[in-house]
Structure formats: C-alpha cells, structure tokens
Design a protein around this ligand. Structure first.
Ligand code: FES
Ligand code: FES
Length: 156
C-alpha cells in the first residue's frame, strides 16, 4: 500500500491504495461515492464515467495512482448543495431515466459535451454518447434531455 492524494469534488483525500486499484474501485469501495456505477469494468458501457480535468472518462480503466494531480468530479459533485445541475434537472424533466443505472455516466458525458459545445447538433450528441450504453430508454429521451439542458444553459 502507498499513500496518495486525490482531489475529488473539490475535496482533498489522502488514502492508502494498492497500485492495481482503479479509480472506480477507490471511488465506490474506499470513499463510498457510489453514485458512479460499475457496469462492465472494461471501458465499454460508460456507467463509471467521471470528469477528469473536465473530460468525461471511464474510471474503471484508470488507475487511481495515475490521477493524483487531476481535478476529479463525480456525479455527487455536480449539484450545488440541494440545487441539481441543469443537466440533472433536464434528465428528470425529459423522463430520460428508467432504472437509472446508466444515468450518472450519461449526465457526466452530457456535462462534458455541453461545457465545450453549448448547442450540439443531434449528430454531435449521438457521437458524444457513443461510449455510454443504456439498456432501458431507447436513447430518444436521453437525447431530448441533452437538448433541453442545452436550451436551459444557453442563458447562463
Ligand atoms: S464500468 Fe467502466 S465502462 Fe463500463
Ligand atoms: S435507464 Fe436503465 S440503463 Fe439507462
């Protein structure tokens, strides 16, 4: 075990890890930040996405020891106290959630997309969601939620 520091949701954590531990394992099993989901564990489903320096990445394929100097934001870090992030609100309003298992990863991907491109086209939304799998919704409502979030965030 060795001690590392991780900056997650604006808070600094000092934790003892093993070299082979993934960021996803540390988030869920060490820090109890269970909003980030474990789906495939192989980088294929996007359920484990977090923002690393503003980029949406699969935390199941990243070793915790390699993100020591990064700014990590998980789904728990998106809201402002009780106030949900506009993307989270849009997912609820658009009915883009069924079982909800994919939702944290979808929201993280959407936040990353909209922070770089405030008015994405449908094609750009589909391209951004390429690495996020949903087994329930058929994607249409998720796409509509991202379009709704885009409208909401336009005035910000
Ligand atoms: S759990 Fe990480 S991509 Fe599926
Ligand atoms: S809402 Fe169930 S997997 Fe997406």
């Amino acid at each position: 075990m060795k001690e590392i520091s991780l900056k997650i949701n604006g808070r600094n954590y000092k934790i003892a890890i093993e070299d082979k531990w993934t960021l996803l394992y540390v988030l869920r099993d060490v820090l109890n930040l269970t909003g980030t989901k474990f789906g495939c564990g192989t980088g294929d489903c996007g359920a484990c996405k977090v923002l690393i320096d503003g980029v949406a990445k699969n935390s199941c394929t990243i070793l915790a020891k390699n993100v020591e100097n990064s700014n990590i934001i998980t789904i728990e870090g998106l809201s402002n106290g009780e106030e949900l992030h506009p993307v989270q609100k849009a997912f609820i309003e658009a009915g883009a959630i069924q079982c909800g298992f994919c939702t944290p990863g979808m929201v993280i991907t959407s936040v990353a997309l909209l922070s770089n491109n405030k008015q994405p086209t449908r094609k750009e939304i589909l391209d951004a969601l390429d690495n996020n799998i949903c087994r329930c919704t058929g994607y249409i409502k998720i796409i509509e939620a991202i379009e709704l979030a885009s409208l909401k965030m336009k005035g910000e």
